[in-house]
Every structure is written in structure tokens, then in C-alpha cells.
Design a protein around this ligand. Structure first.
Ligand code: PAN
Ligand code: ZN
Length: 194
């Protein structure tokens, strides 16, 4: 950057829907067909439309992946719906650099941030417009939409955190968020394969 330069920001957030605009924004879409093994009820999963969009993520990587001290930003939108009795949710992950923390904040909709520590203790944090969430290091995280409209939240995480999806793919979370009698409830599941 030129000394004393005054420049326009490269990226802007549209305040009506929090979509980012600008170059280098990466869009990822996760459809039913991308989420094999994520949901509990395999029969209900098999009956769903493979092309149905479950969630999308817009990410901004202002520095290269792995840059120590750098930060990334992302917006996730999860559609409303369920597979069987289980709410639509993200795959979930630990960070590869496990001690890396993250901040989420809810923009619109109603959700549940599902957290699991190293000892597989699992708990949920309610998400609603304006709720702010600190995800400590060494804690796996995934998000479910528990409402009738799209859930959108913003996230900021270290550029060298990385994503470890394999562990959750293999071992799952120790609990799942189901709707029972019209309410979200965390229920322990015995899915650990190791
Ligand atoms: C978020 C998540 C995003 C999608 O930006 O990556 O909500 O969830 P999955 O990555 O589990 O599919 C984040 O936690 N980044 O670190
Ligand atoms: Zn994360």
C-alpha cells in the first residue's frame, strides 16, 4: 500500500441480508447429497431430494490459508427443515489446530450452536438475532436451524485454524439435536466407532 493512501474497502456486507460483495468471496453449497452420514435417520435421508440445499457458506480469506496471526470471515445460511426428527445442520468440525477459538454471531433466524469438548461433553447454545458466541479452542462445533425460516450467522476464525472434518465423520458428536413435542432437545447417541 502506498504511504498515506486512503482506499475503499475490498469487501462490503449488504446490511439487508449480510451477503458479502467483492472479489475473492468463495461460495460453498452443501446439498443433501453432500451430507451422507451426517444425519441419524438413514431412511429419512434416503427419501430426500439429493439436490436440496441444506446450507451455504460465503467465505472471505483476506490472507493465505495457514497464515499465522491472520483471520478469516464467513457467513453461513442454513435452510429450515429436518431429516426425520433431526434439524438441518452443518457437518461440524474441530479445528485442525485444535486450540483455535472462533466467534459466531447470529444475524437472522433461530438456531442452536452445538458444542462438544475433548471429553465428549456436549451442550447447546441458543442462537437468535444478535446472539454472540465464543467457541473455545478444543471444542467441536456445528449449528442447527431450529426455526421456520433461514438461519444466518457470521463467523470469524484464525487463518491457520484449519478444519478437521474426519474426526466428526468417524466418531460423530456424542449427542444430536432432535425435535420432540415441538421443542429442540439434545439426546445422547452411542455412535463412537473407535
Ligand atoms: C464456520 C463453518 C460453517 C459450515 O464457518 O465452517 O458454518 O460448517 P461446516 O464447516 O462444519 O460444514 C466455521 O466454524 N469455521 O471455522
Ligand atoms: Zn470452525
Amino acid at each position: 500500500m502506498k504511504n498515506l493512501a486512503i482506499i475503499k474497502p475490498a469487501i462490503t456486507l449488504q446490511l439487508s441480508n449480510f451477503h458479502m460483495k467483492g472479489e475473492c468471496i468463495i461460495e460453498q453449497i452443501r446439498k443433501i447429497k453432500d451430507l451422507a452420514g451426517v444425519f441419524f435417520d438413514n431412511d429419512a435421508y434416503g427419501e430426500m431430494d439429493n439436490e436440496q440445499i441444506i446450507y451455504s457458506v460465503q467465505s472471505w480469506f483476506p490472507v493465505e490459508e495457514g497464515t499465522e496471526g491472520g483471520l478469516f470471515w464467513g457467513n453461513t445460511t442454513i435452510m429450515p427443515g429436518k431429516v426425520g426428527d433431526e434439524y438441518f445442520m452443518t457437518k461440524g468440525h474441530f479445528h485442525s489446530k485444535r486450540e483455535s477459538a472462533e466467534i459466531y454471531f447470529c444475524i437472522e433466524g433461530n438456531g442452536m450452536l452445538i458444542l462438544m469438548d475433548q471429553n465428549r461433553k456436549c451442550w447447546g447454545e441458543e442462537m437468535y438475532p444478535g446472539s454472540l458466541h465464543y467457541i473455545p479452542g478444543n471444542v467441536a462445533h456445528r449449528t442447527a436451524n431450529i426455526g421456520n425460516s433461514p438461519l444466518t450467522f457470521g463467523a470469524c476464525w484464525p487463518a491457520d485454524a484449519g478444519h478437521n472434518y474426519e474426526e466428526i465423520q468417524q466418531e460423530g458428536f456424542s449427542a444430536r439435536l432432535f425435535e420432540k413435542a415441538g421443542k429442540p432437545i439434545l439426546i445422547e447417541t452411542k455412535e463412537r466407532r473407535k
